[in-house]
Write a protein that binds this ligand. Structure first.
Ligand code: C5P
Length: 231
């Protein structure tokens, strides 16, 4: 079953809880660095206490010992999914996976959607000196393979890379995908977008949706529409 995760990109607890009161059909929320820095573990415990599954998206990228400690702390908090940067390297990812110990799936961020030129990927520049869609895709695929080899439970990529990543990492790992937009939704700053049904068909396991629901006139109805689209 494909899961929809609401990105709780809101500045504070009260606003987040007010919105959640209107979304009884929701199973997953994503808490990122803004809300975590503002509200901290008490809010995460409160969300878990409401029966929600929490994706703690802090995109760790640090020395292995520190990342292993952060993963252990996230386990204690009771979250259900967490992120590291694959660019943090093999030893860091192995430390994260070992600390998670099968109890907490840790997925690896391949490439930030804000990066997309050859200058962002010096490791690719000898073969691919000019920025191109192809070079970004190749980095995403290389990093996905590296993440799974190091023991991560899955990866985060844009919708347009799902098929190539799925082919590269096989049928089992998680593929978590932001940048989900239906035809009438504003793209905002997302350049590489696709609809929810397409993302599912291409092989995503978790779709992360923020502004199309957060900014909807009727968030309850919009969430239901997304849920029907993913079946
Ligand atoms: O509002 P929107 O639907 O674009 O939200 C997508 C969420 O996914 C945001 O929380 C954003 O930070 C996150 N994200 C992303 N692209 C990535 C990684 C995370 O949009 N590559």
């Amino acid at each position: 079953m494909v899961e929809l995760i609401l990105a709780l990109d809101l500045p504070a607890r009260d606003e987040a809880l007010r919105l959640l009161d209107r979304l009884p059909g929701l199973r997953w929320v994503k808490v990122g660095s803004v809300l975590m820095t503002a509200e901290g573990p008490p809010l995460v415990r409160e969300l878990v206490g409401r029966g929600l599954r929490v994706f703690l998206d802090l995109k760790w990228h640090d020395i292995p010992n520190t990342v292993a400690g952060a993963v252990a702390a996230a386990r204690t908090l009771g979250v259900h999914l967490a992120t590291v940067h694959i660019a943090g390297g093999d030893a860091m990812m192995r430390a994260a996976a070992q600390s998670a110990g099968g109890a907490l799936p840790v997925v690896g961020v391949t490439v930030l959607t804000s990066q997309g030129t050859a200058a962002d990927f010096p490791e690719r520049s000898p073969r691919s000196p000019h920025p191109s869609e192809e070079s970004v895709d190749a980095v995403v695929v290389d990093r996905s393979r590296a993440g799974i080899r190091a023991g991560l439970a899955g990866v985060v990529c844009s919708p347009l890379e799902i098929e190539r990543v799925r082919q590269a990492i096989g049928p089992n790992p998680l593929i978590v995908v932001p940048g989900i937009r239906r035809a009438p939704d504003a793209r905002g700053d997302q350049a590489r977008v696709a609809g929810p049904a397409e993302a599912v068909r291409w092989g995503a396991t978790h779709l992360v949706v923020g502004r199309p629901i957060l900014e909807a006139k009727d968030p309850t109805r919009t969430l239901d529409e997304f849920l029907s689209a993913i079946g």
